[in-house]
Design a protein around this ligand. Structure first.
Ligand code: NAD
Length: 332
């Protein structure tokens, strides 16, 4: 297949070009995001390959199908940036990479917890400046703390297992409960019990109409004072301005986010020479107890290899008319 590859980065080229399955396809890499404005670049291709912040909305899908591009291959798990209703109506096939390395994201969530808790980001800077004082760097033991997990799919399950290893009590909410996790010691509860009784909360559910702004002022006000909130899933799960109020009041004691509601115009770009225009992000980075990473939970060698393998295999399967195990289906 001829693939128009949007939002291409150097690491994408490195791992896709090294993938043996590329022998069946050809890729043209475009650094720009796929949007209704850039969609014409896909003219003459069979498929587009997109990432988390490409905008595959109704307008883009209609333009793609008008130029006979009938396949969208997501090189990620989440598909909230694709208008699935429009894709379904246009006969667009959408495939994704549902699981490449759940451990990569789960381990990143744990890295955020340990950084925020033990303040290693601050200790690192102090020591580099010759300041060996440990004043105000007090942390807390993870052992025996209650960790609440929202969404116990592939990433959430891996996260639960790691936290059980720390000796934490792990409580969880999911619309589908896992017997395997229960057998390992995870206790399922209502979403309110999980949010109101946990010392640490980690979000691992998808962003959809039911989960948008799942964490808002009302829910934050009922959380344990000083709670640690971690989001490696999708920015839209948290009402960011409400989280900022929660931080100012001390209700949220620590916030670790790898994803951000307005990340589309910000993340994956070096903006260090520019004046920050996003006032919400500017406020967030001003807190000493907020840790932000730029959507890099997935970013390990193992995950990048798997993403390239599965994405190209998905496209081979579409081309061959094989059963599409990674097809995204529209559900009303
Ligand atoms: P998954 O589909 O295996 O698991 C999602 C779980 O959420 C499922 O168990 C599902 O039942 C549950 N869920 C759905 N709706 C829910 C609701 N309303 N309340 C509670 N639980 C609900 O997905 P996954 O592979 O574990 O990925 C989870 C999310 O992580 C993805 O949707 C994606 O947004 C995000 N992600 C982030 C990165 C990153 O780099 N930061 C990388 C990959 C995935």
């Amino acid at each position: 297949m001829k693939i128009a590859f949007f939002s291409a980065k150097s690491y994408d080229r490195e791992y896709f070009n090294a993938c043996p399955e590329l022998i069946r396809h050809s890729i043209s890499y475009f650094e720009v995001q796929l949007t209704a404005q850039t969609v014409n670049l896909a003219q003459g291709f069979d498929a587009v390959c997109v990432f988390v912040n490409d905008v595959v909305d109704r307008q883009t899908i209609e333009s793609l199908t008008a130029m006979n591009v009938k396949v969208t291959a997501l090189r990620c798990a989440g598909f909230n940036n694709v208008d699935m209703e429009a894709a379904d109506e246009s006969g667009m096939t959408v495939v994704r990479v549902p699981a490449y390395s759940p451990q990569s994201v789960a381990e990143h969530a744990v890295a955020m917890i340990l950084t925020l808790n033990r303040k290693t980001h601050r200790a690192y800077n102090r020591v580099r400046e010759g300041n060996f004082s440990i004043e105000n760097l007090t942390g807390f033991n993870l052992y025996n703390k209650t960790v609440g997990v929202i969404g116990t799919g592939l990433i959430g399950a891996s996260f639960c297992e790691i936290m059980l290893g720390f000796g934490c009590k792990v409580i969880a909410f999911d619309i589908t409960e896992s017997d395997a996790l229960k057998a390992k010691g995870v206790v399922y509860s209502s979403i309110d019990t999980v949010l109101n009784t946990s010392d640490i909360i980690s979000l691992h559910c998808p962003l959809n109409v039911h989960t948008a702004h799942l964490i808002d002022a009302r829910r934050i006000s009922k959380m344990k004072k000083g709670v640690m909130l971690i989001n490696t899933s999708r920015g839209g799960l948290i009402h960011t301005r409400d989280a900022i109020e929660g931080l100012k009041k001390g209700r949220i004691g620590y916030l670790g986010i790898d994803v951000y509601e307005q990340e589309a115009g910000l993340f994956f770009k070096d903006q260090s020479e520019l004046v920050m225009q996003d006032d919400v992000m500017a406020r967030l980075v001003s807190f000493p107890n907020v840790l932000i990473t730029g959507h890099m939970g997935f970013f390990t060698k193992e995950a990048l290899e798997e993403i390239a393998n599965i994405t190209l295999q998905n496209l081979t399967d579409v081309e061959n008319g094989s059963t599409l195990k990674n097809k995204v289906s529209y559900t009303r």
